[in-house]
Write a protein that binds this ligand. Structure first.
Ligand SMILES: Cc1cc2nc3c(=O)[nH]c(=O)nc-3n(C[C@H](O)[C@H](O)[C@H](O)COP(=O)(O)OP(=O)(O)OC[C@H]3O[C@@H](n4cnc5c(N)ncnc54)[C@H](O)[C@@H]3O)c2cc1C
Length: 383
């Protein structure tokens, strides 16, 4: 039987391994983190019916997934910088279009669904020698000096994939937008006005090529992304110095960027807890493709990193994982399975990446709120 090596225990790699095991296949997952808890996997993800939910159901985990759904609304509010509500969508949670689940809980579910010892933690891939094994297999090398040979290697190793260079020269490039991530813990009790402003779901306050994107988390926290259209590393160029400053100075500095915005929006920033993360958003080229190569492929962010403006990355990674597993199970010829999987994945990924790039351009714009509300209303947008 073929040995399948998956590099990366993110959502995509894990659901791939789970589906392969359901069908009796041999699979090993190599993960650079030392354990499942080594890195905080924060935030709520909405699981789309046709991708994330489909993947979990096909992997036999529908009931377990449903137990994890956070009873959080899927409502969406769009405000302009003056705090005027331009779009207020109340969704019906019973419709299960996009139920929310905590990323950590979802990852734990997938880890626990694997046979014991499927994941080799603390295994950072450092190189692959394609075709190094006489029968055509690949040799994977790891930071701890160990090696592993596999017939099929799947790069599920995220944005900075070490497997990707074997298939394409494409590299992620900066999208022109950076997030500063902050949060308000126990928001309903400590900052009820902020919690009420965000409502039961997500709030997008947008204008001036900036935004305050706020979303309730499953743990009572509000996660906030202050978004800025800036050149790479350009936050300091607009006076936003966040390195080595005290938490209160960081809050002040972020809030100052929104001078002139409605006080209740700025209050979201001023209520935030200590600690922030700067996240420049990168993406791979929209429509990226590569010629299929024997026994090697990619899924998820490794294959089609996109900005989060379509909320599709994790959903796509999971759909990729299940589609690839099913192709490998269906086809006796692994290379034909990979080629077929890639053909369909390229089409899906291009569509989602295009939506995500458009979403970013619409939201983080001079008149972002108006354009975003128009998009939600389904009206055509002026260029
Ligand atoms: C701010 C933000 C918000 C987002 N919100 C959403 C959302 O609401 N909905 C949504 O669908 N998507 C969202 N996304 C996108 C989503 O997070 C990603 O698309 C998704 O996590 C990709 O999954 P993956 O399995 O491909 O990769 P990852 O989750 O990145 O997993 C890759 C794994 O590979 C491991 N790895 C990396 N290198 C090596 C190596 N050399 N050796 C061994 N292991 C390695 C990593 O440690 C990691 O565990 C968001 C992204 C961001 C940045």
């Amino acid at each position: 039987m073929q040995t399948i090596a998956v590099v990366g225990a993110g959502l995509g790699g894990l659901v791939l391994a789970r589906t392969l095991q359901q069908h009796g296949r041999e699979v090993v997952v190599f993960e650079r983190d030392a354990s499942r808890g080594a890195r905080k996997q924060g935030g709520l993800l909405d699981m789309h019916q046709e991708s994330g939910q489909w993947a979990l159901a096909t992997a036999g985990l529908r009931d377990e997934f449903r137990k994890l759904i956070v009873p959080q609304g899927e409502d969406t509010r769009v405000m302009n910088k003056h705090g005027s509500l331009l779009w207020d969508e109340i969704s019906d949670p019973a419709a299960m279009h996009r139920p929310e689940v905590e990323r950590q809980a979802l990852r734990d579910l997938l880890i626990d669904a694997l046979k014991p010892d499927t994941i080799r933690w603390d295994s950072r891939l450092t190189g692959i020698e394609p075709g190094a094994i006489p029968q055509g297999g690949h040799l994977l090398r790891f930071a701890d000096g160990t090696a592993f040979s596999a017939d099929v290697v799947v790069g599920a190793d995220g944005a900075n994939s070490g497997v990707r260079p074997l298939l394409t020269d494409a590299r992620p490039a900066y999208t022109g937008v950076s997030f500063v991530e902050i949060g308000i813990a126990d928001a309903a009790r400590r900052h009820p006005a902020c919690a009420a402003l965000v409502g039961s779901g997500s709030l997008f306050a947008l204008d001036d090529n900036m935004g305050i994107l706020a979303k309730h988390g499953g743990d009572g926290c509000i996660r906030i992304y202050a978004a800025f259209r800036v050149p790479l590393g350009g936050l300091s160029g607009r006076g936003l110095h966040l390195d080595g400053v005290s938490p209160s100075a960081a809050r002040q500095a972020i809030a100052q960027q929104f001078a002139g915005w409605a006080p209740e929006l700025i209050a979201l920033i001023m209520a935030s807890d200590d600690g922030h993360h700067v996240r420049p958003l990168d993406a791979l080229p929209v429509g990226l493709r590569w010629p299929s190569r024997p026994g090697l492929t990619l899924l998820g962010d490794a294959a089609h990193l996109m900005s989060p403006f379509a909320g599709a990355g994790a959903n796509m990674a999971m759909q990729d994982g299940v589609e690839l597993a099913l192709a490998l199970v269906r086809e006796s010829d692994a290379d034909a399975a990979i080629a077929g999987y890639e053909r369909e994945m390229f089409i899906r990924a291009e569509q989602a990446a295009r939506q995500s790039a458009q979403g970013l351009d619409i939201c983080i714009a001079e008149n972002g709120a108006e354009r975003t509300a128009q998009m939600f209303r389904g009206f055509p947008l002026a260029a």
